[in-house]
Design a binder for this molecule. Structure first.
Ligand code: GLA
Length: 398
């Protein structure tokens, strides 16, 4: 594991063991606890492309979910929150419908693992997280992937990370009821320390894209949760599907926006309603920007990376219409700080976070500038983290 990702405070093994002993006084030997982890993610570029069979470039990050667990000989699962001590339970042979609380992510994951024929085990565990919730940093995907590992026998799950990501995505789609694409679960399962990971959401081909040594990743939170997010997210998916249906009527080869290019959009502009056309234009151009960003990262062309991030943000604001005044303010503030190379909103939008790539010696100035300017511009309290690209989910070696 990346040594810089050493978990602070709440995630360290001693704190988890203390929380475990408080929740489950019947088993207190910390040596018996296995710890599993799964990271959140930040998407560098490729937004609202995953459910259009497009390209994405996320990185797993060192904000993560950990579960310290002791397997049981029966099929019960008891999980305590490290923060509050609240305990929730389920029986792996009798998983009921979703109830709307955090246990749903574990129950839904268990159900999809069982349906996929993966072995599952009962356990007692404590759950701790440093991924802020409802922030666009994929706390849900991190919880699902941590659950995959905690629910698996001690030698780990018997499937590759991509299969695990798809199981976790199905848990979110079918049990939790959120129609997300594959990006978040993919990143949490397949992260590579020091790299972003390019995923082709049609072929599922993926490969690491090393981050240049001269850049660090900074995430800034608007202080706004993604409250409106779910209904608007589903509306954007429907807009994209409408564009595909209009084009498929005249272009038989079109199954998704991945089959569409600029020329085709222009040729059939009168057939697509204007809202669907704007969404499609964003997706088509964003796929091209992912390819260009990978090339620019490889070449160390920092100016080009800056232009691509700025174009992505403008497109998400003006064409896809998922930004917000708060996200725009954070991007505008970052653009004025010398040494900040690139900045854009990240994740679904409607609140949540921006991602910036910056020279290491500009991070303090970026943080100061955001803390000074953002509250008076928006009336909100921001949070700023420097994050490191981390490995995907797995056991914590001790
Ligand atoms: C959310 C979803 C992802 C993806 C992004 C937008 O994070 O969970 O699947 O669609 O929004 O890029």
């Amino acid at each position: 594991m990346d040594p810089r990702s050493a978990a602070p405070g709440t995630l360290d093994p001693a704190s988890l063991a203390t929380a475990f002993a408080a929740a489950f006084p019947d088993h207190v030997d910390p040596a018996e606890l296995g710890i599993v982890r799964a990271p959140g993610r930040v998407n560098l570029i490729g937004e609202h492309t995953d459910y259009n069979e497009g390209l994405v470039l996320p990185a797993a990050i060192d904000l993560e979910v950990r579960i310290a667990r002791r397997t049981r000989s029966d099929r019960r699962v008891r999980v305590a929150l490290a923060t509050t001590g609240e305990v929730a339970e389920l029986d792996l042979d009798r998983i009921g419908p979703a109830t709307g609380n955090w246990l749903d992510y574990i129950a839904g994951t268990a159900l999809e693992m069982i349906k996929a024929g993966l072995p599952t085990v009962g356990f007692d565990g404590v759950l701790a997280s440093t991924v802020p919730q409802a922030s666009g940093l994929s706390s849900s995907a991190a919880l699902e992937l941590a659950a995959v590992w905690a629910l698996s026998p001690v030698d780990g799950p018997s499937a590759d990370p991509m299969t695990l990501a798809r199981i976790a995505q199905r848990a979110e789609n079918r049990y939790v009821g959120v129609q997300c694409g594959l990006m978040d679960q993919f990143a949490s399962a397949n992260g590579v320390a020091g790299s972003a990971v390019m995923l082709d959401c049609r072929s599922l081909e993926h490969h690491p894209v090393p981050l240049p040594d001269e850049l660090v990743v900074v995430v800034a939170h608007t202080g706004m949760p993604r409250t409106l997010g779910t209904s608007e997210y589903n509306a954007r998916r429907a807009d994209c599907e409408r564009a595909v249906a209009s084009l498929a009527a005249v272009e038989p080869g079109v199954r998704s926006l991945r089959d569409v290019d600029r020329a085709m959009l222009e040729r059939h502009a009168d057939r697509i309603d204007p809202v669907a056309a704007r969404r499609a234009e964003h997706v088509v151009d964003e796929n091209a920007r992912v390819i260009a960003t990978e090339a620019a990262l490889g070449a160390g062309d920092l100016d080009e990376i800056g232009r691509l991030f700025a174009a992505s943000h403008a497109s998400l604001r003006d064409l896809f219409e998922v930004s917000s005044p708060e996200l725009d303010a954070l991007v505008e503030i970052a653009a004025e700080v010398p040494g900040v190379v690139a900045s854009r909103m990240t994740g679904a939008g409607f609140g949540g976070c921006t991602v910036s790539l910056a020279r290491p010696d500009s991070v303090d100035a970026l943080r100061t500038q955001i803390l000074n300017e953002y509250p008076s511009r928006t009336g909100r309290t921001p949070r700023v983290w420097q994050v490191w690209a981390a490995d995907g989910a797995g056991p914590v070696e001790r």
